[in-house]
Design a protein around this ligand. Structure first.
Ligand code: AQP
Length: 341
């Protein structure tokens, strides 16, 4: 029998995930994944997941989702997640997520779902292209709440764009507990100090997102070759004026570069601004800093991708462990709402 405190760590239960909706980006890494590897897996009892069911909320190609799911899992290991320290698995391998999602839909309201910024932005994009909005895009936060609550999660390390969904998961946990008795731990989001929202290099008023394939020039992918990274950063859109200052509202392009540089070198964006006399020098240093941060990730990915048996084994073991962690709480939730045990 696998323990529900998977790795025996004394720290908080941590859960987070990444969607296989595109190639993973520098935003995914600086906003979330780097902390999973450098901090969360060492201090807590951590669970990390390729949230593949979420990738079906927008139009998708089955073969691409399959490929990207494997790539995302391999990258999670490449950034440094250690299956001896934490649990790594694929969401659809553990039925408890979908089981609990339905109870979350029965706890949330239609109004709450429609207020979510991600739903409004993505639905508008789909509609503008003449497509139809999948119902699952609206109910996505119920599944995400299930992902989090099934594990008794205390902390959810995410980028700023996911903070609203974690807030909703908190609300649903509190509401469910009040209605049906104490069942869920109330989680909270944890955000990085810098680079909580890495912006698109070509449009620094938009988040660097992985699902828009048409915007590759402004997106640094974790597996981009060093020369491609350099080219993208050197061509980043900057703002009017020439003095380097950290003013996110007035100069979002420069502020974005300063944040990325700070996140990669351990500095702070305001302090770094003072050491640059020109945008060109800032871009050069940012490009090199990003190349160096991504170099070990690319190298480890190449080694791991050559050993698919190893990655499959990690995911199989991870799913078994995750199932045994989630099932007791999801069963308890089913009983609490009045379903026959
Ligand atoms: N630009 C970003 N800056 C900081 N953190 C980010 N994250 C994502 N983009 C940034 C964080 O990475 C984790 C995994 O993200 P996700 O897979 O849930 O979603 P996504 O990368 O935001 O991409 P989508 O939803 O597939 O498409 P887009 O971006 O086009 O809307 C999360 O913790 C997220 O906060």
């Amino acid at each position: 029998m696998v323990s529900t405190r998977a790795m025996g760590a004394a720290g908080p239960r941590v859960f987070s995930g990444v969607q296989p909706t595109g190639h993973l980006t520098l935003g995914n890494y600086l906003g979330a994944m780097r902390r999973w590897a450098e901090v969360d897996q060492h201090r807590g009892d951590a669970v990390f997941c390729v949230v593949d069911l979420h990738a079906l909320t927008v139009e998708h190609d089955p073969a691409r989702v399959r490929r990207l799911s494997r790539q995302a899992a391999t990258l999670m290991l490449a950034v440094g997640l250690d299956p001896q320290r934490c649990t790594v698995f694929v969401q659809s391998h553990v039925d408890e997520h979908a089981r609990l999602s339905y109870l979350m839909e029965c706890t949330a309201t239609d109004g709450e779902m429609r207020r979510m910024i991600q739903y409004r932005e993505k639905a508008a994009r789909v509609t503008a292209r003449g497509g139809s909005v999948r119902l699952s895009l609206l109910t996505y936060p119920a599944l995400m709440a299930a992902d989090i609550l099934a594990y008794g999660t205390q902390e959810v390390p995410v980028g700023a764009d996911q903070a609203q969904h974690v807030e909703l998961a908190r609300d649903l946990a509190v509401r469910f507990n009040q209605r049906y008795g104490p069942t869920f731990v109330v989680p909270k989001a944890t955000l990085p100090g810098v680079a909580a929202r890495v912006m698109d290099l070509q449009d620094p008023t938009s988040k660097m997102g992985k699902s828009e394939q048409t915007r590759a020039a402004g997106i640094v992918y974790l597996l981009d070759e060093p020369d491609v990274v350099r080219k993208k950063v050197l061509r980043a859109v900057t703002d009017g004026g020439s003095a380097v200052a950290y003013e996110p509202a007035e100069r979002p392009g420069v502020a974005n570069l300063l944040s990325v540089l700070a996140a990669c070198t351990g500095g702070d964006p305001e302090g770094l601004a003072g050491s640059y006399g020109s945008y060109g020098a800032l871009k050069e240093d940012t490009a090199e800093a990003v190349v160096e941060v991504l170099r070990p990730v690319r190298e480890r990915h190449a080694a791991l991708a050559a050993d698919t048996g190893y990655v499959d084994g990690v995911l199989r073991d991870g799913a078994e462990r995750a199932r045994s962690m989630a099932r007791p709480r999801v069963d308890a939730a089913y009983r609490a709402v009045g379903l026959l045990a």
